[in-house]
Design a protein around this ligand. Structure first.
Ligand code: ZN
Length: 398
């Protein structure tokens, strides 16, 4: 099956000419769902769209009491996206179902392949709208969110054919596990020369906004010794963040946004702000690193007579993959490396309701969220084979 070709065909369905942009509950999402539903039906699945707008393809199992194994990923995208982040996982799952049928495999449980309607949060700034509905953790207060055009989520979902009032019906109490295939979005597998990797955990995240407040002044008249330059304090902090990330295996620490004000070439910055993002698969390591960075910021400020304000913005725990699912994937994938995911995925939302596991596929240069995203057909085919074997292993030892 030409999975890369299918991803490219899907990538042509966009809200923006010349770029792939597919927001939640948009006309492009409806067309994407229609195309993928056709492929699901070719693979022998019945299809429907649930109350949250997720596309669901199903094959029944032999035992009605055995529950349903969920597979899939998301079909929405970021702005100017690549063809593989999300769709590859959906289409690998569809191909795995087709392969199971071709091999005449009878499974005890049913298999549902999801094309989640929102993982990226592009339209409403709230990620996992589709998978949260399936996990049963969708907060109805989200329906009041408005997009850039003032369209409320409730109205967008209704227009899309979803059912805000019946959103609870999207929750899956019968799910036995969720398996997701996704591009790695990083360079680790490529550097290891490995087509696939088995995910052990999804990193927890700390985010904070750090504000340094000194004193603004004239760049020409205030002598160097008399300054309280907020940007200089911030610069020291940025390097401390890098040093912390390098010192701890598995830790990534980033200052992605910097501002200085008043922001004139001839003014000493009186205020400077930094965003901070710290991630690690072990929550204790992450929170200790964040606490150490807070202490470091405070010390930098004290040495420079610059005030420091630390505003916590996010403290999301790490998500463990289910040991049994990890074992099934690792066994099926042979010598594939084990790795933690630094990025969030639908599996984060679904882990609240069921055991989850993920398989990563190598992508060129580790590039994602860009049109240059690229995956080899052979790697995608290897992912199909591993998924088929893992599903059979789960069926053999329920
Ligand atoms: Zn994704």
């Amino acid at each position: 099956m030409d999975l890369i070709g299918r991803c490219r065909e899907l990538a042509a369905i966009s809200e923006e000419p010349g770029a792939l942009t597919r927001p939640y509950a948009s006309p492009a999402m409806a067309r994407a769902n229609e195309l993928v539903a056709g492929w699901m039906e070719q693979a022998g699945m019945t299809t429907r769209t649930d109350a949250a707008g997720n596309l669901v393809g199903r094959i029944a199992g032999a035992d009605l009491e055995a529950g349903t194994l969920l597979l899939g990923s998301h079909l929405d995208t970021v702005r100017d996206a690549g063809a593989f982040d999300g769709p590859l996982g959906v289409l690998v799952a569809v191909a795995a179902v087709a392969e199971l049928r071709a091999r005449d495999v009878t499974l005890p449980f049913a298999v549902d392949v999801y094309g989640f309607a929102d993982e990226e949060g592009l339209r409403y700034g709230a990620a996992y709208l589709g998978s949260r509905a399936v996990a049963g953790t969708f907060d109805p207060e989200l329906f009041a969110l408005a997009d850039a055009d003032g369209v409320h989520l409730r109205d967008a979902l209704t227009a899309f054919g979803g059912d805000p009032v019946g959103i609870e019906s999207a929750a899956r109490r019968d799910a036995i596990a969720y398996l997701e295939v996704h591009i790695e979005q990083g360079p680790v597998l490529e550097r290891a020369g490995a087509p696939l990797g088995v995910v052990t955990a999804i990193d927890g995240q700390t985010r904070a906004r750090v504000v340094f407040t000194g004193e603004a002044g004239h760049a020409g008249t205030v002598p160097m010794g008399a300054r309280r330059d907020a940007a200089c304090a911030l610069a020291e902090f940025v390097l401390a963040v890098e040093e912390a990330g390098r010192a701890e295996p598995g830790l990534v620490a980033t200052v992605g946004r910097l501002t200085a004000s008043p922001g004139a070439p001839n003014a000493i910055p009186g205020e400077a702000t930094a965003s901070l993002d710290v991630r690690h698969p072990d929550d204790a390591v992450r929170t200790a690193a964040a606490a150490a960075l807070l202490a470091r910021a405070t010390a930098i400020g004290a040495a420079r007579d610059v005030a420091v304000l630390w505003e916590p913005r996010m403290d999301a725990p790490a998500v463990a993959m289910d040991p049994r699912v990890v074992a099934a994937l690792a066994e099926a994938a042979g010598s594939a490396p084990l790795l933690a995911s630094g990025a969030g995925h639908d599996a984060v939302a679904l882990a609240a309701a069921m055991p989850v596991g993920m398989l990563f596929v190598r992508c060129a240069g580790g590039v994602s969220h860009a049109p240059e995203e690229s995956v080899e057909e052979a790697d995608a085919a290897a992912a199909v084979e591993v998924l088929v074997r893992a599903i059979c292993a789960l069926a053999a030892a329920p």
